[in-house]
Design a protein around this ligand. Structure first.
Ligand code: ACO
Length: 339
């Protein structure tokens, strides 16, 4: 099926007008972690591909709002726009500093995006993908002309640094994009999926109360408000769903791996990405990996990769880009983007 069949019924498309990202300066290396808990640089690198990650310093006021604002400001600057030019601000995060007001409303206030609509969504590591696909749809149907999206998580604020099975994976980051209407419906997300299986929630969750601790996860060391993860279950789910989501996109668009100009994958574990490269025959040089330097930044991950790749000239815009993620929920999502 070609792009015009996939977008039949729409009379406009979407372009990425600008991107931005932000990470804190503070580096937390595997060696630093090895001083805090029973782990090693070798174990972490072998199992995950991570060498170091960035984490916020709350004493300096760093956190989700701070990262989100920087990424959003940079995306607007890149697009040559101001906050007043956008109709809607969507922030995807599981680490919002307040549930009311939303992070998006506070960002909109800071960047002068008034009276743009503003709301947060939570889809864990799929957050940026959910925001991207939703924003594309709203622009296509004419409900908005320009939408600012941000994916951001300050994972260090919900990590128990005494839990070595979780703390080694995550870092803090934000990625942002300004999406804008164009006349050509063949541009933008020509195929997308947004999916979830809520039955799998106990594999990855943040209990806010003792009564929410999942069956079988009873552990005297559980810290309320910190991320709980069943690494093996998530790994099994991730390998299967991640590859299925990419395969579905190939089948539904009729595009082969070598017809893509870039693959932007959620950075959860280098082994999960490597397995997809091997099993699906993805062209290795088109698959971006930055997990070695930034770890898994949850909703920040895909937007961070998108911005870094764009700025490094690593996206061949003459070909479609595949974006794909999976995360807590359990959720998974993909988008085939024509520039
Ligand atoms: N350092 C050293 N040893 C460790 C560590 C550590 N940090 N963590 C666990 N171990 C030990 C375990 O205790 C276990 O020891 P045992 O055999 O004596 O019992 C051994 O290492 C193996 O543990 P596993 O949990 O089986 O290790 P595994 O190979 O599965 O790797 C990992 C763990 C890296 C967490 C892997 O399961 C994984 O990547 N899962 C997916 C995680 C993920 O992607 N999460 C987020 C997705 S969604 C989102 O991004 C929000």
């Amino acid at each position: 099926m070609n792009a015009s069949d996939l977008t039949a019924g729409f009379n406009r498309g979407v372009r990425i007008a600008g991107t931005g990202s932000a990470v804190p300066d503070r580096v937390l290396s595997n060696h630093d972690l090895a001083k805090m808990m029973d782990t090693s640089d070798e174990w972490i690198q072998q199992r995950t591909g991570i060498r170091e990650r960035r984490i916020c310093d709350p004493d300096k006021g760093e956190g989700t709002l701070w990262l989100s604002e920087q990424a959003a400001t940079r995306a607007l600057e890149d697009a040559g726009l101001t906050g007043a030019d956008v109709d809607l601000v969507i922030v995807a995060t599981v680490t919002m500093e307040m549930t009311c007001p939303s992070t998006a409303a506070r960002i909109a206030g800071k960047i002068g995006a008034t009276p743009a609509g503003a709301f947060d969504i939570t889809a864990a590591c799929c957050g940026f993908m959910y925001a991207l696909n939703l924003a594309d749809s709203l622009i296509r149907v004419g409900r908005a002309d320009r939408i600012l999206i941000v994916g951001c998580d300050c994972m260090s604020s919900i990590i128990d640094y005494e839990d070595r099975s979780v703390s080694i994976l995550f870092g803090d980051a934000a990625g942002s994009a300004v999406l804008e209407a164009v006349d050509d419906p063949a541009r933008g997300s020509v195929y997308q999926s947004l999916q979830a299986d809520g039955r799998g929630w106990p594999s990855l969750y943040i209990p806010r109360h003792e009564s929410q601790i999942a069956e079988g996860d009873e552990d005297t060391k559980i810290r309320i408000g910190c991320l709980r993860m069943n690494g093996r279950e998530v790994y099994k789910f991730a390998v299967t769903r991640f590859q299925r989501a990419i395969k579905d996109a190939f089948e539904k668009t009729g595009l082969a791996p070598d017809e893509f100009g870039a693959f932007i994958c959620h950075q959860s574990n280098a082994r999960i990405i490597e397995s997809a490269v091997e099993k699906l025959g993805l062209p290795e040089d088109k698959v971006y990996v930055n997990i070695d330097r930034f770890g898994n930044s949850s909703a920040g991950s895909v937007g961070l990769c998108l911005d870094q790749m764009r700025k490094a000239g690593r996206i061949d815009e003459s070909k479609p880009t595949m974006l794909v993620a999976f995360g807590g929920g359990m959720t998974w999502a993909s988008s085939v983007w024509r520039h």
